[in-house]
Design a protein around this ligand. Sequence first.
Ligand code: 13P
Ligand code: SF4
Length: 301
Amino acid sequence: MIDKIYQLKEEKNAVILAHNYQPAEIQKIADFVGDSLELCIKAKETDADIIVFCGVDFMAETAKILNPEKTVLLPEIKNTQCPMAHQLPKETILKYKERYKAPLVVYINTTAETKAYADIICTSANAPKVVESLDSDIVLFGPDKNLAYYVKKETKKEVIPIPEDGGCYVHQKFTLEDVKRAKKEHDAILLVHPECNPEIQEEADYILSTSGMVKKVLELDNKKFIIGTEIGLIDRIKLELEKKGLEKELIPLNKNAICNEMKQITLEKLYNALKEEKYKVELNREIMDKARVAIERMLNL
Ligand code: 13P
Ligand code: SF4
């Protein structure tokens, strides 16, 4: 299966991009593995004719928005919708815009339509920097209220979360009990994602994007790390440690922190996607044109 995937990839001039949460066998075969920001940059730079995106819907859509003339494939369409990406509909945006008249910063974990209403896009790797760049003391920020909390703390701006209760079901699973147990059992550095609840963020040694965590584990001399994000990231870090011949202990903050939507892609589905050129991401051109402006503002920054 792996040989056949390589062969088809060559024949069709395709590139395989995979998110850090993808199953290990997908990460191993991908041309590039990264966080949302890195994948966005790779999608923009590629000269491949076909982009096969191993991730969730909004990631493949972002690749399509940046490459409207290319074929962008998501190897599975069933259950690959990030639930958070659908929590900020147009009606909510219009309601808040009417009330606040403030710029709207939209997390990359959103639909193309939501992005089309944004002044600028951000990811977990650059959210404070993006908000800081705006010439306004008050900003609307959605849909993740926990990322909004983190940004508010880092920037001291008035950050209004829209909707009030948006968030990721995987990162909201972490509890203070998890933190207490992990810290009691292990003398380790705690890394958490900014999608975690505020009380978990307060306990962290570092709050980072997924690739930020990979880099932190490689860069510090410490040997033990508690990983406060989706457990697929542990496979990613292990692969990087292996490449460098390093050994470190990685402890999941909660071993049930699994993103079901990220686990739908298999080698077989990846092979079928390349062979049959499915499932093609198709989006409205006008929406893509508007969304692209907001994404490129972030990339330029
Ligand atoms: P990163 O951009 O940090 O990889 O996060 C994406 C994501 O979906 C987190 O749940
Ligand atoms: Fe969406 Fe959460 Fe899965 Fe990330 S971990 S893709 S935010 S559901």
